[in-house]
Design a binder for this molecule. Structure first.
Ligand code: PLP
Length: 431
């Protein structure tokens, strides 16, 4: 499959190069040249298909012949090696739980799939060592560390802000060792991100190391997120009502993958972009004006994004036709008070415990269902509530149980290097 840059459509790339580079040379995001329509046979006997079969059919066109069938199937097997259950909460509301992966975050799927593809290309093309350099405010780092752990040819360097990630998140970043190095930056997330940007522009580093990033702009992290929607549909297809999905959104990679799945023929009627107070997309849907801003810190901090990078992909999917987009996508936003109240209300009503991100998704769905009849709604739970222990326990006024994987991880010893300046990062990368 060919990909083009959303800045200059004459700039083309194959899948391998798009995965290795992340961004096009003109700094545009890559977008597939064609959207594969699924044949009717894909939906025959859909109920009895395995998640691996479904995922292979969905993704194969976007990889093309660049990874042989057997290898691609192997990558998918490793990627989807856990459950994606839909749990019905009330008559018109279900939740799709995406937190059953190794770091209890939905980002596990994208990180594992990208690691598999990159590992394959390194081996096949003798690319030598590649360094994956990422800045994290929490969940990305853990998923990337876990997904790339022990992949041959890859070294991972993660920058995180000292004292600004939760204890569980820090353990996920710092206890693996081997090919994973955690650098604890004396600063905030923006400082980490700035250092990563400088390193990508630094020729001295480029001469010594081949660097790549692993954020959601990479097609190998973005595209496999389509799997969630197909696997959810398999569990919801007996519903008589139309289906609507509410997606807690930050950089809009996840929801954009859902919209792509719909474009390929998945019968989902409508999508809801659920935001915290960082709501540039909700405002765009009302005013047709896209006005990025600085991000504001909230309880659902993985969605504290002021300039969502995947938004341009959504516009491209709808050929920049505002009316078409408005028919398929609704936006809502909620503040921290509403988020905490929703966690409390849901727990009281059903006993179900939501994390702050899922709670924003639930609120978006609730608002939509109030205004629209004939739908069954599903919101996405993008992280396990235990990752946001303080917020969740304060809201429900009860202790929640810590899963066994986390309990054992909490006993592991933290290994990290502290750095203060870009010069220290550079010295580390050159050493
Ligand atoms: C990353 C993340 C999001 C936002 O996903 P996008 O694809 O960036 O919109 C939502 N919830 C959690 C828990 C996350 O880690």
């Amino acid at each position: 499959m060919n990909y083009f840059s959303l800045n200059d459509k004459s700039q083309n790339s194959n899948f391998e190069n798009a995965v290795l580079k992340g961004l096009a040379p003109d700094r545009g995001l890559y977008f597939p040249q064609e959207i594969n329509k699924l044949p009717p046979s894909f939906f025959e006997n859909f109920k009895s298909k395995s998640k691996y079969e479904i995922a292979f059919e969905v993704i194969k066109g976007y990889v093309g012949d660049e990874i042989p069938e057997a290898e691609l199937k192997q990558i998918i097997d490793t990627t989807l090696d856990f459950e994606f259950p839909v749990v019905e909460l009330t008559e018109d509301t279900s939740v799709l739980e995406l937190f059953h992966g190794p770091t209890l975050a939905f980002k596990d799927v994208g990180a594992r799939f990208m690691a598999g593809c990159l590992g394959y290309f390194i081996k096949r093309d003798n690319l030598g060592k590649i360094t994956v350099l990422v800045a994290t405010s929490g969940d990305t780092g853990g998923a990337v560390a876990n997904g790339f752990f022990d992949v041959e040819g890859i070294e991972v360097v993660i920058l995180y802000p000292k004292g600004k990630v939760s204890l569980i998140q820090e353990k996920q970043l710092t206890t693996l060792g081997r090919n994973i190095t955690a650098l604890e930056v004396d600063g905030v997330f923006d400082d980490c991100q700035e250092m990563v940007k400088l390193a990508f522009l630094d020729e001295e580093i480029q001469e010594k190391r081949r660097l790549t990033s692993a954020n959601s702009i990479n097609v190998a992290r973005w595209l496999p997120q389509m799997f969630y929607y197909f696997l959810a549909y398999q569990q919801l297809m007996e519903k008589d009502e139309k289906l609507v999905f509410s997606v807690p959104s930050g950089n809009f990679g996840n929801i954009c993958a859902g919209l792509l799945a719909r474009e390929m023929g998945l019968p989902i009627d409508h999508f809801i972009a659920a935001n915290n107070v960082n709501n540039v997309v909700e405002r765009f849907l009302q005013t047709e004006k896209f006005e990025p801003r600085s991000s504001i810190q909230t309880l659902s901090n993985a969605m504290d994004v002021g300039n969502p990078s995947n938004f341009v992909r959504i516009l491209e999917l709808f050929q920049n036709k505002f009316g078409n987009l408005q028919e398929v996508l609704s936006g809502y936003s909620f503040d921290d008070t509403a988020t905490s109240e929703a966690i409390a209300e849901m727990f009281k009503k059903t006993g179900y415990v939501m994390d702050p991100h899922g709670a924003v998704g639930y609120l978006g769905l609730k608002s939509f269902l109030k205004e629209n009849n004939g739908f069954h709604g599903t919101f996405l739970e993008t992280a396990h509530p235990v990752k946001f222990l303080d917020t969740v326990e304060a809201a429900i006024q009860e202790k929640i149980e810590i899963p066994a994987v986390i309990r054992s991880q909490m006993k592991e010893e933290k290994k990290s290097f502290e750095i203060k300046t870009y010069e220290e990062l550079k010295a580390y990368l050159l050493s």
